[in-house]
Design a protein around this ligand. Structure first.
Ligand code: NAD
Ligand code: UDP
Length: 329
């Protein structure tokens, strides 16, 4: 039997594919390579270059492979872009989910694990954030993720599809052996941006605001290592396979680190000075986002293992320094 991994050539998807293969699972990947990389996947993995919104292609894949469950990573996921192009986000993310669920229904598939995001919460009323806290997205990206969750909920009630929606906080790091990692052409994430300094790609890091109501004035986030994230997906699959009730789970390590603390961790991991300039705030950035992941710990038995920021950044650095051009050679 196989797991269909939609968006499996992306940053998080490719790490999950490896984790599935490591424990002997069959895997089929569908990805349109908008932001993913064929090179991030072993050549032996069945790979379909195409779009999750292509119902005929899904029918073909599901008739050619004995798929029993789906992990869905496909999305447009840049917050700023989503504000500029909301309909592109609704089309790719929400309509993509609709086409996928319709195919699952046609082929009698009843298990899906989904990449949601802390962006569904918007500006939180309290931290740490619990799954049942209010969701009030402040941008179209977060709104699409919330809508996709609601779609799975209602379709699940009607058609018996069970879902686990994993609300990731800030994902960082790379596979420990340095073979795969993060390679986004339009990079916005803090950790890879910091590491562009020791790679001589930029002279300094711009800190987006140091006047937030936090101890050092910079934004606090909850960083979770990519391997721990992959482990949570395996556990979510096992949970659904064992007949467990689906639901929503926060995934964070439960501790918050400021932008300045992350830069300090990168200095320690790389041995590079990493100069900093303070710039204006980035629109829409909440001061503090930290997950309460108790539900994932209790229900899925998930315990994040790589929780020292220096260790998380070290794995990212191991990837970037050995692949300064990412998958481009
Ligand atoms: P990514 O862009 O590297 O991966 C997404 C993959 O989906 C890419 O390979 C892309 O080519 C593919 N894709 C997009 N639209 C598609 C379509 N219509 N058909 C087929 N393939 C398509 O992003 P990522 O950082 O790996 O994120 C994966 C998922 O996790 C996304 O859904 C994202 O919203 C979510 N997420 C990421 C983070 C993070 O910190 N990186 C945090 C929260 C949630
Ligand atoms: N950030 C920053 N400089 C950068 C990139 C990010 O100060 O060049 C900050 C950003 O304002 C946020 C934190 O780093 O407070 C994490 O940003 P990222 O884009 O990685 O993740 P987000 O929390 O927005 O999903």
């Amino acid at each position: 039997m196989s797991v269909l991994v939609c968006g499996g050539a992306g940053y998080i998807g490719s790490h999950n594919v490896r984790a599935l293969l490591d424990r002997g699972e069959g895997v089929v990947v569908l990805d349109n390579l908008w932001t993913g990389h064929r090179e991030s996947l072993p050549g032996s993995v069945p790979f379909y270059e195409g779009d999750v919104r292509d119902a005929a292609l899904l029918d073909r894949i599901l008739s050619e492979h004995p798929v029993e469950s789906v992990i869905h990573f496909c999305a447009c996921s840049l917050v700023g872009e989503s504000v500029e192009q909301p309909l592109r986000y609704f089309n790719n993310n929400v309509y993509g989910m609709q086409v996928l669920l319709e195919a699952m229904e046609r082929h009698g598939l009843d298990k899906i694990v989904f990449s949601s995001s802390a962006a569904v919460y918007g500006e939180p009323r309290r931290v740490p954030i619990l799954e049942d806290d209010e969701t009030a997205p402040t941008n179209p990206y977060g709104e699409t993720k919330r809508t996709m969750e609601r779609m799975m909920h209602w379709v699940g009630l009607r058609h018996g599809i069970r879902y686990v929606s994993l609300r990731y906080f800030n994902v960082a790091g790379a596979r420990e052996d340095g073979s795969i990692g993060e390679d986004h052409r339009n990079e916005t994430h803090l950790v890879p941006i910091i590491l562009q300094v020791p790679l001589s790609r930029r002279t300094h890091v711009t800190v987006y605001g140091d006047d937030y109501p936090t101890p050092d004035g910079t934004c606090i986030r909850d960083y979770v290592h990519i391997s721990d994230l992959a482990d949570a997906h395996l556990r979510a699959l096992d949970h659904l396979r064992a007949g467990g009730e689906g639901g929503i789970f926060n995934l964070g390590s439960g501790a918050g680190y400021s932008v300045r603390e992350m830069i300090e961790a990168a200095r320690a991991a790389t041995g590079h000075a990493i100069p900093v300039e303070v710039g204006p705030r980035r629109a829409g950035d909440p001061a503090r986002l930290v997950a309460d992941s108790t539900r994932a710990r209790e229900v899925l038995g998930w315990v994040p293992r790589v929780t020292r920021m220096e260790d998380i950044v070290a794995t990212a650095w191991n990837w970037h320094r050995t692949h300064p051009n990412g998958y481009g050679g």
